[in-house]
Design a protein around this ligand. Structure first.
Ligand SMILES: NC(=O)c1ccc[n+]([C@@H]2O[C@H](COP(=O)([O-])OP(=O)(O)OC[C@H]3O[C@@H](n4cnc5c(N)ncnc54)[C@H](OP(=O)(O)O)[C@@H]3O)[C@@H](O)[C@H]2O)c1
Ligand SMILES: [Zn+2]
Ligand SMILES: [Zn+2]
Length: 346
């Protein structure tokens, strides 16, 4: 085993403590990564809020960039010194139909998550990127394209890919009228990516004060979702509504804004939902979801972002201020992603 330092959940109420962590010795196809920047995803906050002492150890963090420091003997894709990025999946079975199709995120045996996943070889609980070093199978690390700022690129690996796959699967491109609901970490990247794909983007937000930001990000219009008149005026307007809202909410107003044969794709809140069949029937509408991304789509996203100059709008904090980042994220006080700078850890 090798040791590093990271931020692990503990105590009551649960907070993150700076702790020595063990990483496995490199297997033949592993690389060791010095983690430089790790995004603070709302999923990290959900995980911390749901954490208790009887749960497996929790070190959050599943969108990070850094530098390769060591490679196992079978690794050919990376060398020490290479800039690299890792997302929220670090392994999968590799042989089921989704894995063979490059959709490791839908692995029938469930992909190994970057934190609180179960390692497929030794059964240990994976510990995430709020730490100075991560050891990962090389197949689940991505070369970070030149020209992408490593701090701004870190959120592409979860927030970015989670919105990218549905954007691509739903054929969003030139002329598509799409609405993005919830202007947060996922939402602001969805706006940037949809704009870069050529779509006509509207932001649906509770927060009228985000209007200028939405327009700056490239949106053409904003609908304030708490204003029934604005919502009614947007009826049947969008071919795609991509819903990134982090909490349970009524779907009816969002389905109402979907155009005939269009889709509401809900990627933010992943709990149980109620859908009225009539809200789908009228207009032959579709309701779906998605999450994370396969290896080919992730590589495609990074290339697309390098070509189009897309990175997240980030506020970088030293990792020692992780508590403040999580607190402000919980209060919606973020424009639009916190990224931890891990260089304060040894
Ligand atoms: N499917 C996946 O694989 C996947 C991957 C990553 C994250 N997620 C989930 O996606 C969600 C969003 O994550 P994020 O990191 O983008 O979070 P975030 O930065 O906090 O953004 C969430 C946005 O949701 C809206 N919102 C928050 N509270 C709300 C409330 N009470 N009522 C209505 N709207 C509210 C806000 O937008 P406005 O202020 O504009 O209204 C907020 O900016 C989280 O639930 C996260 O767990 C899913
Ligand atoms: Zn995430
Ligand atoms: Zn599989």
């Amino acid at each position: 085993m090798r040791t590093t330092t990271g931020w692990q959940a503990g105590g009551d109420p649960v907070v993150l403590h700076r702790t020595a962590l063990e990483r496995r010795d490199l297997r033949a196809d592993d690389i060791a990564v010095r983690v430089d920047y790790c995004g603070v995803c709302h999923t990290d906050l959900h995980a911390l809020n749901g954490h208790s002492p009887d749960r497996p150890p929790l070190v959050p963090g599943h969108e990070f960039t850094g530098v390769v420091t060591e490679t196992g003997p079978a690794v050919t894709r990376f060398r020490p010194g290479d800039p690299v990025a890792v997302g929220n999946i670090v392994d999968s079975c590799g042989s089921c139909p989704p894995c063979r199709a490059g959709q490791e995120n839908f692995c029938r045996e469930y992909p190994t998550l970057t934190y609180q996943g179960t390692d497929r070889h030794d059964g240990s609980t994976t510990l995430g990127g709020y730490s100075r070093e991560y050891v990962v199978r090389d197949a689940f690390a991505y070369p970070l394209p030149a020209g992408l700022d490593p701090a701004g690129a870190a959120p592409l690996l979860c927030a970015g890919i989670t919105v990218w796959e549905p954007l691509r699967a739903l054929g969003v491109g030139p002329g598509t009228r799409i609405a993005v609901a919830g202007l947060g970490g996922l939402g602001h990247l969805a706006v940037k990516l949809a704009v870069a794909l050529g779509a006509e983007v509207t932001v649906l937000t509770r927060s009228a004060e985000k209007t200028n930001d939405a327009l700056q990000l490239g949106a053409k219009d904003v609908v304030v979702s708490t204003d029934p008149e604005q919502v009614a005026a947007a009826r049947d307007r969008f071919e795609v509504v991509l819903d990134t809202i982090a909490v349970a909410h009524e779907l009816k107003p969002y389905l109402g804004m979907v155009a005939m044969d269009g889709t509401l794709s809900m990627v933010g809140y992943l709990g149980p939902v109620t859908v009225e069949a009539m809200d789908l029937l009228i207009g032959r509408k579709k309701f779906g979801s998605a999450g994370s991304g396969g290896r080919p789509a992730t590589a495609e996203l990074l290339d697309f972002c390098a070509d189009h100059g897309v990175t997240a709008d980030v506020e970088i904090l030293p990792s020692a201020r992780v508590g403040e980042a999580l607190d402000r994220l919980g209060r919606g006080d973020v424009r639009y992603r916190f990224v931890l700078d891990l260089s304060d850890l040894s």
